[in-house]
Design a protein around this ligand. Sequence first.
Ligand SMILES: [Zn+2]
Ligand SMILES: [Zn+2]
Length: 226
Amino acid sequence: MYRAYLSALADLFYPQHCVGCGRRASDLLCERCFAELPEIKHPFCQRCGAPTAFETFVCENCKNADYKFESARAPLKYEGVGKEIVHALKYRGYIRVVERLMVPLMLEMVQGKFDLVVPVPLHRSRLRRRGFNQAELMARGLSEKINSPISDKLVAVRRTRDQVELSGSERWVNVSGAFGARGPVAGKVLLVDDVFTTGATMSSCAGALIKAGAREVHALSFCRTC
Ligand SMILES: [Zn+2]
Ligand SMILES: [Zn+2]
């Protein structure tokens, strides 16, 4: 947590800069960047959350994918200001974006009641390097807002390569069997991560949760590649 702590401390003493464009601003996002948030609007695929030409329950992308989650949603596309916000958190430890920007936008995508909120875990070696798990911070914020407990039962059981380096099909192989639950899980689970790309990580996590007893898993990320 050390780096994140330092950055939070720095926030208190230095004038604020917009996380979208870096210019001086009176808030985390300047007005222009706020207006440019790359929102995913209707119509989108009801299964995987991808923008589509018309409302559908199975889009071209997910037609052949065997997702283990019931649905996936993200408020923003992983581009422009959306991508800048993710990077501000992940690589610069700017944790204030979680409570101020990510959780409020993600909350708008949550429908119905959940029994459990589960973050996509980081393997302990990566957690040690980064100092914090961004998905866990997001899950914690969401858990408070929707009044469902957060669970740390899902763990990364082996190290995986960074998905960023890999092609679509390699990503599925990379995360296959990479997650497991330490103990039983029950009910309807909200699975939380920062970015949804192929859905391989979310699907692998959902599979592990279902194996551990979860009734159904719904994936929620802050951004999604489109
Ligand atoms: Zn800006
Ligand atoms: Zn789809």
